[in-house]
Design a protein around this ligand. Structure first.
Ligand code: ADP
Ligand code: CDP
Length: 222
């Protein structure tokens, strides 16, 4: 059976960076499922929807056509044919994505797309998010739960935003938002962020990126 590597963890634990590198190194496809929840949220905001209205979100969520390119060297995401890889990282989407991701109908739809991506991946896939090991790919070859102290995660995010040229007020606001989003993602009823029983816990607080990538690559090659 094709390899499925499931990587979950809170924001800033290193999921995207590490998963992409592991996929590139092993010649596997790469899927950023957070980008799909962000794309759904972006579309709803672009259509002036109240995303706190769970019923409206559930009804509308079948409308946008979300397509994820799974090339580890250059992942892409489009909504109705439009490249949204930039706007989905902005503060507006970041502030609202947890509310949209908590709606069961949204998850049903995106989980279906995620499993479809894994089915067509030629050599296998590294999929990262919050429920890869617990819900989407329960039979994954390798499951990893990435963590890092809240300080380490906040510092990494801040450094990233600073490098992008964002102002300090926005960075501070986004840091506060990170803690709120983690709490929301961990406490929601449908597919909360949890470590699967058979997932390997990797605390990245005091590891370099290279160490984390090496450790996970070794787990897959075992
Ligand atoms: P996530 O996808 O879990 O939110 P990212 O992969 O986006 O996390 O990582 C957030 C930031 O932290 C990135 O700028 C990344 O380069 C950095 N980073 C990730 N893991 C480490 C690590 N082990 N050591 C140092 N920096 C890291
Ligand atoms: O980049 P960051 O780690 O901050 O977030 P992300 O991975 O892009 O995910 C954005 C949001 O999508 C999360 O805060 C969750 O609310 C949601 N998400 C989810 O519910 N399930 C997933 N498998 C992936 C993301």
């Amino acid at each position: 059976a094709p390899v499925v590597v499931a990587i979950d963890g809170p924001s800033g634990s290193g999921k995207s960076t590490v998963s992409r590198a592991v996929a590139a190194r092993l010649g596997l496809s790469f899927l950023d499922t957070g980008a799909m929840y962000r794309a759904m949220t972006w579309w709803m905001l672009a259509n002036d929807m109240d995303v706190e209205d769970a019923e409206a979100v559930a009804i509308a969520c079948t409308k946008p056509v979300i397509v994820s390119g799974t090339d580890a060297d250059g992942p892409t995401i489009t909504v109705d044919g439009q490249d949204v890889s930039g706007p989905i990282r902005g503060p507006e989407v970041t502030a609202k994505v947890s509310a949209v991701a908590a709606v069961p109908a949204v998850r049903t739809r995106l989980v279906e797309l995620q499993r479809g991506c894994a089915e067509v991946a030629e050599r296998g896939i590294v999929a990262e998010g919050r429920d890869m090991g617990s819900v989407v790919f329960p039979h994954a070859t390798v499951k990893v739960f990435l963590t890092a102290s809240e300080t380490a995660r906040a510092e990494r995010r801040a450094a990233e935003l600073r490098a992008k040229g964002l102002d300090e007020a926005t960075i501070t606001a986004m840091a506060a938002d990170l803690a709120r989003r983690d709490a929301a993602d961990s406490s929601r009823e449908t597919a909360p962020l949890t470590q699967a029983a058979d997932a390997v816990l990797v605390d990245t607080s005091d590891l370099t990126l290279e160490q984390v990538i090496g450790r996970i690559t070794a787990l897959v090659e075992e």
